[in-house]
Design a protein around this ligand. Structure first.
Ligand code: NI
Length: 428
């Protein structure tokens, strides 16, 4: 309805798909170029240079060097309107690629094993389409190319550097290619999509000695084992069973010989939860458990605790926008998985704390082509058909966001979208 009453020329839906299809070979080319040149967190120099070079060639205004290697591009439509940001993360992982493909990683021990190469290609395809069709959309699109999602996190420093201002971003969307879903399936939900991520490292100080004379020692392995067991009771007995949470001890190192009682033991672990009410809870409870056990055994400890990423919480209105757009792009049998959720974490959460938005999964697995290894696996790869789908979903979100928000106060945008989504009129 807004589209037809608007003086701007609405994006012609029948044109988007063919235009995106004609981009497909370039999307694959960019993705493979990046796949061959993976870079670790905050070292995405080649990646950033590649992105900046493309933006420059397409005449897109952009700023580089934000939070070290981040880039933000600004693409104004011809009609005034709200500002929508799209976020793509750029970093790779310290994994040796085992795929034998022509585009396998040229960087020893570094691999795009999470699909961020695809995220950059999709964002570039979106940017290129918008630059070529500025007359067809209202509002402004900011594209945020973010470093270091895999840690320590590039979203927060980018926000601190002001990427959500000048012009002020009204809402944000982002996607993660997802091999846990079949190709083309969209996984999205309102509220918590991904978990908060916290980590801890604990050193237990006992008193070493002869394995045959334990009465002269404080056995740090026994103390550590008690701690590992007791930590399991936090989720089982302290967290409200309605809420989901995980406490995993992933490392336990101690000892040097079978007949020596170890002086010290090192533990490290990760904590996950959705409900922000637990923001301070785990750090406190884990320390209580460790302190209590150490005291009862006569050991001491040093605990480091990090609250890394908050939970990814999607805005109701923006989720409805993504869902309604996805419904027009992906067709059965794949369709939309409405209550998709994972205990994995993402620093997209910082953007979603700052502005309303929606992060979603786009299924990229294709077992028939042997493309179904999980993320972070040395043989991870995805079906590149998904790249065009990602661009199409972004473009339709942009079109719908610009049109729907026209003439509305910015703070009404999410509510307005919620009200109108699902109605045929709102589809324009
Ligand atoms: Ni990832």
């Amino acid at each position: 309805m807004f589209a037809t009453s608007s003086p701007s020329r609405p994006i012609d839906h029948s044109q988007i798909r063919p235009a995106v299809r004609s981009l497909q070979s370039q999307l694959v080319e960019w993705r493979r170029h990046l796949h061959q040149r993976p870079e670790l967190s905050f070292r995405e120099q080649l990646t950033a240079a590649f992105v900046a070079h493309k933006l420059q060639a397409w005449g897109i205004e952009h700023q580089t060097g934000i939070a070290q290697t981040g880039i933000v591009a600004v693409i104004p439509g011809r009609q005034p309107g709200p500002v929508l940001a799209i976020r793509a993360d750029m970093d790779a992982l310290p994994i040796q690629e085992e795929n034998q493909v022509p585009y396998r990683s040229c960087h020893d021990g570094v691999m795009h094993a999470c699909g961020h190469d695809g995220h950059v290609a999709i964002a570039l395809g979106t940017a290129l389409y918008l630059a070529e069709h500025a007359a067809e959309f209202a509002g402004t699109v900011k594209i945020i190319f973010q470093p270091a999602e895999e840690g320590p996190g590039g979203a927060k420093p980018m926000i601190e550097a002001g990427v959500l201002e000048h012009p002020h971003v009204d809402a944000i969307i982002g996607l993660h290619l997802w091999n846990n879903l079949p190709l083309g399936t969209v996984g999205v939900r309102s509220g918590a999509l991904m978990a908060a991520v916290e980590a801890f490292r604990c050193k237990i100080f006992g008193k070493g000695g002869h394995g045959a004379m334990p009465h002269q020692t404080v056995d740090s392995i026994v103390v550590g084992a008690q701690i590992v067991s007791a930590l399991q009771s936090i989720v089982a007995r302290n967290v409200n069973p309605i809420d989901s949470a995980v406490v995993t001890v992933g490392e336990f190192q101690s000892g040097t010989a079978s007949n020596v009682i170890a002086d010290t033991a090192d533990l490290s672990g990760t904590v996950r939860y959705f409900n922000p009410a637990y923001e301070l809870f785990f750090a406190q409870r884990i320390e209580q458990v460790i302190a209590g056990i150490c005291q009862s055994y006569g050991a001491s400890y040093k605990l480091d605790y990090w609250r890394l990423y908050p939970a990814v919480i999607n805005d109701d209105g923006m989720t409805e926008l993504v869902r309604s757009v996805a419904a027009t792009v992906v067709e059965p049998p794949v369709g939309i998985v409405p209550e998709c959720q994972t205990m994995g974490g993402e620093d997209m959460s910082f953007f979603l704390q700052a502005v309303p938005g929606c992060y979603f999964f786009l299924g990229s697995a294709n077992p028939e082509k042997a493309l179904a290894y999980p993320h972070h696996h040395p043989r991870f790869d995805f079906d590149e058909t998904v790249l065009g789908l990602g661009v199409e979903i972004f473009l339709r979100c942009i079109e719908k966001f610009g049109n729907l928000a026209k003439g509305q106060a910015v703070d009404e945008i999410p509510r307005t979208i919620t009200k109108r989504s699902g109605s045929k009129e709102a589809e324009g």
